[in-house]
Design a protein around this ligand. Structure first.
Ligand SMILES: [Zn+2]
Length: 95
């Protein structure tokens, strides 16, 4: 007997401030990736479909975005404070 099916996985990629298409507010949106995987004996083997959405945290409106849009948004979100390194020069302390 072969048991197969699908399994949905949800990944949160970023949180961005966008003007919402539903409520018109510049609110925080979560960028999410929905992956549906083919499973065999409950083991996920390969992804069947991948889609990206943004969801307004203010009113809950969910909008589909393309992979290209999602990657651009993710890059925008990452450019803020994610890429900072620890090598900040120390100011000499003067007394
Ligand atoms: Zn909204």
């Amino acid at each position: 007997m072969i048991i197969f099916g699908t399994k949905g996985c949800l990944y949160q990629l970023a949180i961005l401030t966008l003007v919402c298409g539903g409520c018109g507010n510049p609110a925080a949106h979560t960028l999410r990736k929905h992956v549906t995987k083919f499973t065999l004996f409950f083991v996920p083997l390969f992804p069947l479909s991948t889609k990206y959405t943004t969801q307004c945290t203010f009113c809950g409106t969910e909008q589909k975005v393309t992979r290209e849009q999602a990657e651009r948004l993710r890059a925008q979100a990452g450019s803020g404070d994610g890429g900072r390194t620890h090598g900040q020069p120390r100011q000499p302390y003067r007394s």
